[in-house]
Design a binder for this molecule. Sequence first.
Ligand SMILES: Nc1ncnc2c1ncn2[C@@H]1O[C@H](COP(=O)(O)OP(=O)(O)O[C@H]2O[C@H](CO)[C@@H](O)[C@H](O)[C@H]2O)[C@@H](O)[C@H]1O
Ligand SMILES: OC[C@H]1O[C@H](O[C@H]2[C@H](O)[C@@H](O)[C@@H](O[C@H]3[C@H](O)[C@@H](O)[C@@H](O)O[C@@H]3CO)O[C@@H]2CO)[C@H](O)[C@@H](O)[C@@H]1O
Length: 605
Amino acid sequence: MATLTASHFVSRTSHVNGTQGSSGSETKSLAQIGLRSQRATHNGLRRLSARTIVGRSKGYKSENGKGLASGAIVCRSGMNLVFVGCEVGPWSKTGGLGDVLGGLPPAMAARGHRVMSVSPRYDQYKDAWDTCVLVEIQVGDRIETVRFFHCYKRGVDRVFVDHPWFLEKVWGKTGSKIYGPRAGVDYIDNQMRFSLFCQAVLEAPRILNLNSNKYFSGPYGEDVVFIANDWHTALLPCYLKSMYQSSGIYRNAKVVFCIHNIAYQGRFAFSDFASLNLPDRFKGSFDFMDGYKKPVKGRKINWMKAAILESDRVVTVSPYYAQELVSGEAKGVELDKTIRKATITGIVNGMDVQEWNPSTDKYVGIHYNAATVMDAKPLLKEALQAEVGLPVDRNIPLIGFIGRLEEQKGSDILAAAIPKFIDQDVQIVVLGTGKKAMEKQIEQLEIKYPNKAIGVTKFNVPLAHMITAGADFMLIPSRFEPCGLIQLHAMRYGTVPICAATGGLVDTVKEGFTGFHMGPFNVECDTIDPADVDALAITVKRAIVTYGTAALREIIQNCMALDLSWKGPSRNWEKLLLSLGAASCEPGIEGEEIAPLAKENVATP
Ligand SMILES: Nc1ncnc2c1ncn2[C@@H]1O[C@H](COP(=O)(O)OP(=O)(O)O[C@H]2O[C@H](CO)[C@@H](O)[C@H](O)[C@H]2O)[C@@H](O)[C@H]1O
Ligand SMILES: OC[C@H]1O[C@H](O[C@H]2[C@H](O)[C@@H](O)[C@@H](O[C@H]3[C@H](O)[C@@H](O)[C@@H](O)O[C@@H]3CO)O[C@@H]2CO)[C@H](O)[C@@H](O)[C@@H]1O
């Protein structure tokens, strides 16, 4: 039987200007990097708007006590990687972005690279300590001071940018308030928040003297590759050029911009460009015209457009989504032409196989593997039914849905399709949070279809695990899905995906082999296409018919045999990063997904 591994899911979509150079860079020791960086930092300060005002010159020692004495620099091959994102699981997460920032960096560290992630500090994380390094940053016409917190987990320096614009807004609850007070509503100062964040990130590798393990010490220096994720980090390549490289700092640094969701681009009034403190020469990269009235009519700035044009490389989270993005206006959400000017590579995501492991899962009562799945599932299903209040019946096929309640995920299509198949012997559990109207629709399910369907509108990680383990099928009726993690989690638990044929769902789920496909859906978000409703109902019926058959048992085995870990994707990421030709870049090592070094400290915030 052919076994797919996550590493198979990579392809490169090349367009104008696309190059695939090899590294060809000379090997430099960390000592060289460290010395050069300190000199550059010193020279650069006067010219920069960001200014270190307090720092520990002797070297900040991480809380695990394993830091080296200041000055000791141990060389190890590999790259200096800085992952940048507004969510980083498990510290902060509203969805898949947090999962990726949580899982990919440790996998790159396991390959021997020196890896940092930088994200905002939304809460008093009990495991992250104050480095006592402060930096002044100009945002608009204000000077703001940020502070860096740090911890070292699974081989990764986790850096958190501390400022009231993050901590005060999201205080005590990271779940849904990262971007706005509620789903669908943004904080009005988001541009200032993310401008501050991007500038702070650019300081971190130069000024934080991190001594987290015996392999690396001192600041990361300037020969780094930044991996910026989604529109919130779009200013990073711009500030890198305007504030640093123009002064000879970070001359060899590169930026990869990763698109997790083209639907969120950061479109704002054109006049806001002035508050970003960027030279006029960047205006063209931001300039954007659309037919929408929000947030203002007509000409706008588009943060994601600028990131695509100003970064060294653009990546997205699956090969098929990369193709969709350049296929036209509808799927490229009006950035298709811009992306065609760059080179975009699709690398499918991996999943956290430690958190999502049916043989150790702390949220489910019975542990199982491929050999015992058929015995465990009925019992886990009963536990799930009892938990959500459905009739307990181990013999009825049960379908799960987990996701943000936005048009993307198609929960509205599901709601419209339920009457077309609910007469079958089937139960449905829906878990999600998001737009109020969609939450209401989901809350109505148990009233409309008593004893058959139930909706839980909470962000509930234990229940997500219980559904993934206890359901027979996982429904993913997405209008578009850049990669999708739900189907990966499901397959690892022997829960068979029933999914729309879009994005990463095409790359990761094979019809009749590891799941059921409903075909592509209409990407128009303000309509429910009756053809999609029918396709959903028909495919659900087709899947239910296989329940209890040898055919389904084989599909379950196929799913559970897949290697969906970050191991394959991290190899693909490494190849891509090396091809940028950044200085001091060397291949990593083939090892376990989480190397022994990385295992020594696992996050439990
Ligand atoms: N109510 C709830 N309770 C508990 N857990 C919940 C939950 N709702 C969602 N989750 C969790 O959030 C994650 C969502 O993963 P998705 O792949 O659906 O990501 P999302 O669409 O947010 O992210 C975007 O980025 C990711 C990463 O690149 C892409 O996979 C994806 O296609 C793209 O849209 C899963 O871990 C899921 O269990
Ligand atoms: O991990 C989950 C997703 O998190 C990010 O998406 C957020 C997005 O970047 C934010 O801008 C905001 O989106 C709102 C949008 O700005 C607003 O105009 C309106 O359309 O409502 C949107 C939803 O509230 O919140 C998003 C999270 O809900 C990340 O960019 C995505 O890739 C992740 O899928």
